[in-house]
Design a protein around this ligand. Structure first.
Ligand code: NCD
Length: 300
């Protein structure tokens, strides 16, 4: 039994722990989750805008009966009174917060909070670095749809360089035996942007016949100063448009971590297609996060 376990990146969890979480998440899909966080306090501290991840954690915490505190960074003393991040973490713990869920635009900032916070810290995304709970919900969703992921080819398409989702998800999918393919222009995908076992392809159309699942990514403009390639050229080469959609296998799932930008990486028709599994990802996110919080607080 532990109350100090944290999740900063996906490699903090063993495959056995991920499997245990996935079976608990399946149980939560069948029956109401137990109120196993009753009496505990969870704080959600998001220094970046978020719809899905923030609300998903909040719903997961509430399903487990936790008390939930949502903090807006603009209200905190570190915004205007010079309080440091680590001192904010110390203060939140002393106030009685057991679980701190944090997102920050800077790589390593959540680890800094975790180092000072004597409870459970969960990384809800730090800069371009890591987003372990998105990796969990993507892998959970793909296993539900495809079954065993061994030797399945899963392609990530678009702005891989700035995607913390791709960075964490690729690693977990690889651990489950999947063949990971990264598709994108050089400006968003150098060999150094992906683990060495990830294959790189530049031609989206040519790769379409070989893949078992597609994960489309947003161009994360808030993470760089100016678009490194022409917008129209990017769209022409990497958008999942009507023509490419027709060439996706009849049962090949199409995922997206959200937020998706219609007219950029996908066209409207994608969101109406039965292969588009985005809603399932969002629903699964609550179950997987509830299972994670339960295990972090009560042990495995
Ligand atoms: C992603 C994120 O914030 O990293 N979204 C999410 O958490 N579901 C991806 C993105 O912003 O494009």
């Amino acid at each position: 039994m532990t109350t100090t376990r944290s999740l900063l990146d996906i490699d903090d969890l063993t495959n056995e722990e991920v499997d245990a979480m996935f079976s608990l998440a399946h149980e939560f899909a069948q029956r109401p989750a137990p109120r196993s966080l009753e009496g505990r306090f969870c704080a959600n501290l998001f220094f970046e805008q978020s719809t899905r991840t923030h609300v998903s954690f909040q719903c997961a915490q509430m399903r487990l009966g936790a008390n939930v505190v949502n903090l807006s960074p603009a209200q905190l003393s570190l915004a205007t009174k010079g309080e440091r991040l680590d001192d904010t973490a110390i203060t939140l713990r002393a106030l009685g917060i057991d679980v701190l869920v944090a997102r920050h635009p800077l790589v390593g900032a959540v680890a800094e909070l975790a180092a000072a916070f004597d409870g459970c810290t969960v990384n809800a995304g730090d800069g371009t670095n890591a987003h372990p709970t998105q990796a969990l919900l993507d892998t959970f969703t793909l296993r539900d749809i495809l079954g065993d992921l061994r030797d399945r080819t899963i392609a990530f398409v678009g702005d891989i360089r700035h995607s913390r989702v791709a960075h964490s998800s690729m690693r977990l999918l690889h651990r489950y035996g999947a063949r990971v393919l990264a598709i994108g222009p050089e400006a968003f995908l150098l060999p150094t942007d992906v683990p060495s076992d990830v294959r790189i392809a530049r031609d989206f159309g040519a790769a379409l016949g070989t893949i078992d699942a597609l994960v489309m990514l947003r161009v994360q403009r808030e993470r760089f100063d100016s678009m490194p390639i022409d917008d129209n050229a990017y769209i022409a080469a990497y958008q999942l448009n009507d023509e490419r959609l027709e060439r996706v296998g009849p049962r090949t799932p199409i995922l997206h971590p959200g937020p998706y930008n219609r007219g950029v990486e996908i066209v409207d028709a994608v969101t109406l297609d039965p292969r588009w599994r985005y809603r399932e990802q969002v629903r699964n996110g609550v179950l997987v996060r509830a299972a994670l919080l339960h295990h972090l607080v009560h042990g495995w």
